[in-house]
Design a protein around this ligand. Structure first.
Ligand code: HAS
Length: 542
């Protein structure tokens, strides 16, 4: 990786880690407020900090980390030209300006609409314009990524695209197809409405367009973590990729089934025919399959590697894993968290069970296990080698140790916070609410202990964030100069060759679009034709 390239990739990382700190601080304030023992000073509103927390962590940190990481993967596997790098900067600045606009609207208290910005909650137009710029910037990066792969393919006719480049291509195809939904909602519905050109807004249409985007969004977060699990972790533990074809197939399945499933976020919403909800629930169960394939693949890779290193018996291979290497330990804890996190997702997706957990703080517990543990710990695992690789420094034994403490603090904090959220959710505790005794009801009194536990867990998580930011700064500026490897694994020697049809992009995109049209056309016509008179804006009490 050349110096100018490293500068580009690092810029994305700076924004990601600054976001981590700001978003984490907002999270700390929230759990403290919800414990009932703390009040926000200076007239700051609960929904102001909740919006900042959600937007800056779920949308900004993730997108910046992912795009920076993906650029580096492609730079490493297929190369990056000067022109592509310049366009890379264009994507960075477009996204950064968008983030600054959106952030300003939130900080001024003009956008207390949370990260899902459901209508009829209404924000200042700058909030939506900023978000639109973030999406446009990410599209520029998608086109740069595809161009990088295209140029490589032209220079290497008949060769299969390197696995990581194939994975980035899929993730960005999924991202562009799904973000068209949110772009339409923002440009056609929200911006004209917030500017006063449209008096009303079709609420159900805006929510449906949001979730058409919102569910694949969670896989846009997950797939870069899977890239590391499939193709980087094997190298770190001294093994090889279990199966190149299986890894590619699981990514293709994600492309098919990530998008036509948004209704599982809208199961309790009126105005959508139950048949279509049922169909999208079935498709949701299909998107579980590639994660189960990944789980299988990880176990197989761990066991094969351990046995090659001399492990015998049923579970000896487990001991052979490099337990002192933070590049492995952090993502591994992330994998462990995905076992309950994924099981929770399956519960959410089951229509009848969803009626129990929907809009309760159980859902918050679910996504703190998935995005805030599985994905984030994997991103930290990547940062431990990527940052020193880019800055020309060494990951020292001291940082390995600190990183393992960081992982433990995170795991314990999350166990307490997310565990308490799951239980409180089952007891009916609502999500997205500040502290309240609800008029002294008995049920609300039951929740208070769990809210205190969330404050304890959340405080530990904030300590974890401070430690992670310290590690980041160390790897940027203070760690000793040296070379850190960019670990990309090879395939097993006896692997079957990956079939040519794996790269039939027209077929993959064709099937994806056909599934989307099948799952969405009729309900969308229904939602548009039978729209009730639009809702007036609701921006009174926040
Ligand atoms: Fe989810 C709500 C369903 C996965 C994130 N989800 C959310 C929200 C977020 C989110 C942010 O159906 C809240 C949105 C909002 O604000 O309203 N989710 C699922 C399903 C899955 C799933 C079926 N979610 C994720 C991932 C996320 C994420 C991943 C972020 C990255 N989710 C839902 C539903 C709702 C929902 C409903 C709406 C709820 C409502 O009513 O509002 C599946 O993809 C999960 C499949 C995963 C597995 C796990 C496989 C396990 C693996 C680990 C293996 C471990 C190893 C370790 C190898 C089946 C791969 C080795 C261990 C040794 C011991 C050696």
């Amino acid at each position: 990786i050349t110096k100018p390239e490293a500068k580009l990739y690092l810029s994305f990382m700076y924004v990601a880690f600054i976001s981590l700190f700001i978003g984490g601080l907002m999270g700390l304030l929230q759990v403290l407020v919800r414990s009932g023992d703390f009040e926000l000073p200076l007239g700051i509103g609960y929904y102001q900090i909740l919006t900042l927390h959600g937007v800056i962590l779920a949308l900004v940190l993730t997108t910046f980390f992912i795009i920076g990481f993906q650029y580096s993967l492609l730079g490493k596997t297929v190369g990056m030209s000067d022109k592509q790098r310049k366009l890379g900067w264009l994507s960075f600045w477009t996204m950064t300006i968008g983030t600054a606009l959106t952030g300003t609207a939130i900080l001024l208290g003009e956008a207390n609409v949370l990260y899902t910005f459901y209508a009829p909650l209404k924000a200042h137009p700058i909030f939506y314009i900023g978000l639109a710029l973030v999406v446009v910037g990410s599209w520029i990066s998608a086109f740069v990524n595809w161009h990088q792969v295209y140029v490589w393919k032209k220079a290497h006719p008949g060769q299969k695209t390197p696995l990581l480049a194939f994975m980035v291509t899929i993730n960005m195809i999924m991202w562009v197809i799904c973000s068209i939904g949110v772009a339409v909602a923002v440009l056609v519905q929200f911006i004209p409405w917030s500017l006063g050109y449209a008096e009303t807004i079709n609420v159900l249409l805006s929510r449906t367009l949001f979730w058409y985007f919102g569910h694949p969004l969670v896989y846009f977060w997950l797939l870069p973590a899977y890239m590391a699990w499939y193709a980087i972790i094997p190298k770190i533990i001294g093994g090889k990729i279990f199966s190149d074809s299986l890894a590619r197939l699981s990514f293709v399945l994600f492309l098919f089934f990530s998008i036509p499933v948004g209704f599982h976020h809208q199961l309790t919403e009126p105005g959508i025919d139950p048949t279509w909800k049922f169909i999208q629930v079935v498709l949701t169960f299909m998107v579980i399959v590639p994660s189960l394939m990944t789980a299988f693949s990880m176990f197989a890779m761990f066991e094969t590697t351990g046995r090659k290193q001399g492990a015998t018996g049923l579970f000896d291979w487990f001991k052979k894993l490099p337990w002192k290497d933070v590049r492995f330990v952090a993502p591994f804890v992330g994998m462990l968290a995905f076992i309950p996190g994924g099981a929770g997702g399956i519960i959410n997706a089951s229509h009848q069970l969803n009626t129990l957990v929907h809009n309760t703080i159980w859902v918050t517990g679910h996504f703190h296990l998935t995005i805030a543990t599985t994905v984030l710990l994997t991103f930290f695992g990547i940062a431990y080698w990527l940052i020193p690789h880019l800055t020309g420094r060494k990951l020292t034994p001291k940082i390995h140790k600190l990183g393992i403490y960081q992982t433990i603090i995170w795991a314990v904090g999350m166990l307490i916070m997310s565990g308490a959220m799951h239980i409180q959710g089952l007891l009916g505790g609502p999500r997205r609410s500040s502290f309240s005794e609800y008029g002294g009801t008995e049920q609300a009194a039951e929740w208070v202990g769990y809210q205190t536990a969330q404050a304890v867990g959340g405080t530990l998580l904030f300590i974890g964030i401070v430690l992670m930011v310290y590690i980041f700064v160390d790897l940027i500026a203070f760690a000793p100069k040296g070379e850190e490897e960019y670990p990309i694994a090879e395939e097993e020697e006896d692997a079957q060759p990956t079939p040519q049809w794996m790269e039939n992009w027209k077929l993959w995109i064709g099937i994806t679009i056909a599934l989307i049209l099948f799952a969405y056309t009729i309900p969308m016509i229904d939602i548009i034709q039978n729209a009730p008179p639009g809702s007036p804006p609701f921006d009174g009490i926040l």
